[in-house]
Write a protein that binds this ligand. Sequence first.
Ligand code: DAO
Ligand code: DAO
Length: 291
Amino acid sequence: MVSFRFPFSFSQPPTPPPSATANASSRHSSATTAAAFSLAATLSVAGAGIAISQNPNNPFLQNALNFLVSRRIGISPMWGSLSLSDDSSPVTESRTGTSFPVVLRDSQRLLGVGLRRKAILGLKNIDVYAFGVYADDADVKECLSEKYGDLSASELKGNEKLKEDLMECDVSMTIRLQIVYGRLSIRSVRSAFEESVGSRLQKFSGSDNKELLQSFTSQFKDEYKIPKGSIIDLSKERGYVLRTMIDGKEVGSIESKLLCRSILDLYIGNEPFDRKAKEDVEMNLAALLGK
Ligand code: DAO
Ligand code: DAO
């Protein structure tokens, strides 16, 4: 069985992020990246046959190290295998301790994790859910290689158009949400959704698309419960079908390119819920496509 090494890396802060929190986490990210690279370099000098012990406190670093060392000593096929095996450690969203598998549905690769916070009554922010952004390896390459495959990962890193193209393309993707807030009602989910997704529908189509919004929110029946720990998958399938699953059970699907685009925009668009998550996605996408 081929082994898939997850080359997760972190965003560098190219411009100062707007909030102090984002700033602090970006600094942490850069430091961690630097540590991963220098440690991997040291290890690679020591030669082949290196076994890196598991580092349960920092799976991001562990995965970056696995990738760098395996690449150095040439034991991994890396990108391009048809079926990904998920032998890398899950990645933990650091502020909530929530973990995400690096591979979903055999072929979707984790590109970034983040946190959705929401202000209540303008007073305090609550942590609502942690999320992971996944995209199908083969679809990404099929859709974007021709245009971007000749560039190197570092040339692609700051390329805004690449991320725009990813959101427009017919690529299978999943946004996995893991609920961390313990008192989430379906009514509050509906109204948050109308606000966040509604503003994107307006932005991309110039109209409020009430019917489309309602066709989505009507899937959320009042009797559903989404306690802390629930997992919601928003899966964009080929043909621009948005399928919603709660704890593995399908609650509905809707075909709409506009709705798919609007949902992705919440996580990797210009005003994302978590800037660092978006930067991670950009960086990992560049690593996946770059030559
Ligand atoms: O009134 O208790 C409250 C605060 C609820 C905040 C809800 C935010 C909902 C965000 C969307 C969650 C999607 C799963
Ligand atoms: O965080 O504002 C936001 C938008 C989140 C999208 C939430 C989709 C939630 C689907 C949940 C179904 C629950 C019955």
